[in-house]
Design a protein around this ligand. Structure first.
Ligand SMILES: CSC[C@H]1O[C@H](OP(=O)(O)O)[C@H](O)[C@@H]1O
Ligand SMILES: Nc1ncnc2[nH]cnc12
Length: 280
């Protein structure tokens, strides 16, 4: 894939974010990958005077269900245009009182309860071979700290760390499932925060999530149980706040940002050189 655009940062838009609010569209790139098609064309946008890549993980009109997202294609496509840092927006439910609805959270760890999702580039079936990713810091500490600084600067209520349980979806949890995940140590709940972070890390991309808490899942705090309509309406109200946080974050991210090398660079290069489905 040859392109004149080489953005340092990509934003992956979650539910309710199908364009980057406050950005100006410069170009759209249809990237084919060795793993099939991404959720949408990659938009090259100008945001806060910076060039950014933007990709809506559910597609432009929320046609891609959480369990159907081709995360490998999405991350490969972003890496192929030179991105080194990924900030994802995610609507999440809260499982505990310490993560209240209407606040932000900077996810620090995950608990994978998905099944059947392709979650590695290194299954031994290609020239890239087998790699074993250390997953202790799948959410990049450097990017997390920039997000925390941005939230603090805007006086946005936020929690600096949280364990997210990732369920397969598309249905929400039952009360018994929700209680079990809470007892296991989860504080937030999502359908998309796995395998996106680990696939980013497998390509040596820095990754952090700006999570916005839309609900209290099945209602542990006595509130209305979650529904898709409720998530969407609360996200709609929060868009200006999410945009403001991203704007401050972008001004703080240095063009010289270098993510941690978690996988040998030669293995990543081998993945990025695999023939695309279009060229195969
Ligand atoms: C629309 S309700 C459920 C949906 O919302 C969250 O999406 P995202 O993480 O992309 O913001 C959740 O994970 C589900 O996919
Ligand atoms: N309660 C919930 N469960 C799973 N994903 C969510 N996204 C937003 N709220 C959620």
């Amino acid at each position: 894939m040859k392109t004149e655009w080489r953005p340092t940062l990509a934003v992956i838009g979650g539910s309710g974010m199908y364009q980057l609010p406050g950005s100006q569209l410069l170009d759209q790139l249809n990237v084919e990958t060795p793993f099939g098609s991404p959720s949408a064309a990659i938009s090259m946008v100008k945001f806060n005077d910076q060039l950014l890549a933007f990709l809506p993980r559910h597609g432009p009109a929320h046609r891609v269900a959480p369990q159907q997202i081709n995360h490998r294609a999405n991350l490969w496509a972003l890496a192929s245009v030179g991105v080194r840092a990924v900030i994802s927006s995610a609507a999440v439910g809260s499982l505990v009182a310490g993560q209240p609805r209407g606040s932000f959270s900077v996810i620090s760890d995950f608990f994978d309860r998905t099944w059947g999702r392709a979650d590695t580039f290194y299954d031994g079936g290609s020239a890239a071979g087998v790699q074993h990713l250390p997953a202790a810091d799948a959410f990049c500490p450097q990017l997390r700290s920039l997000l925390i600084d941005s939230l603090r600067e805007l006086a946005e209520p936020h929690q600096q760390q949280a364990v997210v349980a990732v369920i397969n979806g598309p249905r929400f949890s039952s009360p018994a499932e929700s209680a079990w995940l809470t007892a296991a140590g989860a504080e937030l709940i999502s359908m998309t925060q796995y395998p996106e972070p680990v696939l980013a890390a497998e390509l040596n991309l820095g990754y952090a999530a700006l999570a916005y808490i839309t609900d209290a899942d099945t209602g542990h705090d006595g509130s209305e149980p979650v529904s898709a309509a409720l998530v969407m309406s609360r996200l709609g109200e929060a868009q200006p706040r999410i945009q403001a946080v991203l704007s401050v974050l972008v001004s703080k991210l240095a063009a010289s940002y270098q993510p941690q090398e978690r996988v040998p660079a030669a293995a990543v290069a081998a993945v990025l050189q695999l023939p695309t489905s279009a060229g195969a």
